[in-house]
Design a protein around this ligand. Structure first.
Ligand code: SF4
Length: 355
């Protein structure tokens, strides 16, 4: 038996850079070995993402079509009605999702929004789904209100390294982001935090992003690794192609640094073929978003995802916290297989990946 990997919180940048420089095959073997110590390598957790408020965001994240500063042709929308969100969640559950993530393009929620979003959390949770929200920066009391409503996860990404960050966002600081993560943790919610690869950063920046995440007092339970989707009208629209192996390396290093976290294959999956996605799973990714759109950008259609699951003999992961009912799980798996014949679109027309 290989030695069980510990969760370290004292990673040095040079150690992480050395992992990035490890020969690819050795890195993949190491990442898969770590992965198997903590997870079933043939299971992938499935989440669905719903944009509850789209566009007109005052922030200037250079990759984001929802920023009001860029002309991306995105139509802004009001906060969705609670019932409409619940209906989307029901459909997502029927299609096999176990976690429902709700995103709003805000700098931070206003106090007047809180009763609506907490109501969404309560009602979606009552369906038997795990809940996640991404609403921007939070104050202490807002984090507590969400936790009290039963929100399981709060997403707030660090996006990139502290050094490269200023090239991407100027309207909020890295420290602002760390403080929101701290508030989320103190409120008792789980953290979903990751970043984006392909924004012009180098390996040292990728190592810097992962160092920040891995050296948090507690690892984020969920680590989304996004591949930049170049959206016309945003400052990063003409960025150079990312070498797909650099993306896979980032997944593998994230897996090694945060052995017990769910590493999520997030935005950019539309641009990955099945072989690349399989390689990402081999590198330790074990969570995906599925549905037609990932906030504002295309996401592989649910049925295509399920065909890939079948080809790789992957199983959607059982609800990890409260569903021990095998019949219920069988229903979910059945519903997922049904997607091959019944196109399901949750129509989350727009929000963002970098809250
Ligand atoms: S990533 Fe989030 S905060 Fe940044 S512009 Fe987009 S919606 Fe606003």
């Amino acid at each position: 038996m290989p030695e069980v990997t510990e969760c370290r919180h004292d990673w040095r940048r040079d150690e992480i850079v050395a992992l990035f420089n490890t020969p690819f095959m050795d890195l993949m073997f190491q990442a898969q070995s770590v992965h198997r110590q903590h997870f079933n390598p043939n299971e992938v957790q499935v989440s669905t993402l719903c944009s509850i408020k789209t566009g007109a965001c005052p922030e200037d994240c250079a990759y984001c079509p929802q920023s009001a500063r860029y002309d991306t042709g995105l139509e802004k929308e009001q906060l969705m009605k609670v019932q409409a969100v619940v209906d989307e969640a029901k459909a997502a559950k029927e299609a096999g999702a176990t976690r429902f993530c709700m995103g709003a393009a805000w700098r931070s929620p206003k106090n007047r929004d809180m009763p609506y979003v907490t109501d969404m959390v309560r009602q979606v949770k009552a369906l038997g789904l795990e809940t996640c929200m991404t609403l921007g920066m939070l104050k202490d009391e807002q984090a507590q209100e969400l936790a009290d409503a039963g929100l399981d996860y709060y997403n707030h990404n660090l996006d990139t390294s502290p050094e490269y960050y200023g090239e991407i966002i100027t309207t909020r600081t890295y420290q602002d982001r760390l403080e929101t993560l701290d508030r989320v943790r103190k409120s008792g919610m789980k953290i979903c935090a990751g970043g984006i690869v392909g924004m012009g950063e180098n390996d040292t920046d990728r190592a810097g992003l992962l160092q920040q995440l891995a050296n948090l007092p507690q690892h984020p339970e969920s680590v989304p690794i996004n591949m930049l989707v170049r959206v016309a009208g945003t400052p990063l629209a003409e960025n150079e192609d990312l070498d797909p192996f650099d993306f896979i390396r980032t997944i593998a290093v994230a897996r090694i640094l945060m052995p017990k976290s769910y590493v999520r294959l997030s935005a950019g999956r539309e641009d990955m073929n099945d072989e690349m996605q399989a390689m990402a799973f081999l590198a330790g990714a074990n969570s995906i978003f599925y549905g037609e759109k990932l906030l504002t950008t295309p996401n592989p259609k649910a049925n295509k995802d399920m065909q890939l699951f079948e080809r790789l003999n992957l199983q959607p992961e059982k609800f990890e916290t409260e569903n021990d009912d095998e019949a219920e799980q069988a229903n979910i798996e059945h519903a997922i297989r049904e997607q091959e014949n019944k196109a399901y679109f949750y129509d989350a027309t727009q929000t963002a990946v970098g809250q």
